[in-house]
Design a protein around this ligand. Sequence first.
Ligand code: HEM
Length: 195
Amino acid sequence: MKLKRHFIRIKVRRNLIILTAALGIGVVLCTMQSCKKDSSPAKQTLYDSLGGTTKVSDPANSGTMIEKGRLGLRSVVDSAIFVIAADPEINGFFQTLLAEVGSNNLTGFTALSKNLTDFFCVATGAKNFTYGGKNMHDAHDPATNSRMNGKADSGDFDAFVADVVTAAKKNGLSDQLIGQVGVVIYSVKPAVVQK
Ligand code: HEM
């Protein structure tokens, strides 16, 4: 009887040890998991790959700083406007803008550059900017944007993309980054192509 009680006590003690060890391991694993969750780095956006929020001096505005990601996108946008302006396949759509620039009025160019840059910043993951222009359908419908000279078809869209790629290459973007910008551009195709 005494021996039986002795064995039961040993068994209970052994089970307690196993239970405590299991709980201990559980707590350690849990902690490790939650640590992993907390310290996992935020997902790298395309905006980050383009330079992100690191501030650099703005070559176009002396004495001001600009986020590197925004500078990269603005450089591509401004080059693209020039490439498009020289492209007879689609420059007719930008008649108003080209006439203004021809008479030294840069108001429309500055507004378009800002809106396009804001649009691409937001679309590529920037957090410190907002897009305040028209939605993509209204911006490309002559009924809601008198600066859009006609409706664009799929061929016009492809010509526009080719011009943006030329501009991106001029600014030293890698093929990989250009591919990622292409994904953003093609996401708006259904809204832009209205013919
Ligand atoms: C490929 C993707 C495209 C994007 C992301 C895009 C984006 C934009 C944005 C953000 C604006 C400014 C809207 C505003 O200020 O409210 C704009 C205006 C305009 N877009 Fe597009 N666009 C695209 C394709 C095209 C295409 C294919 C054409 C014609 C072939 C085109 C012609 C224009 C014109 C004419 C304007 C007005 C320019 C001005 O203010 O004088 N866009 N676009």
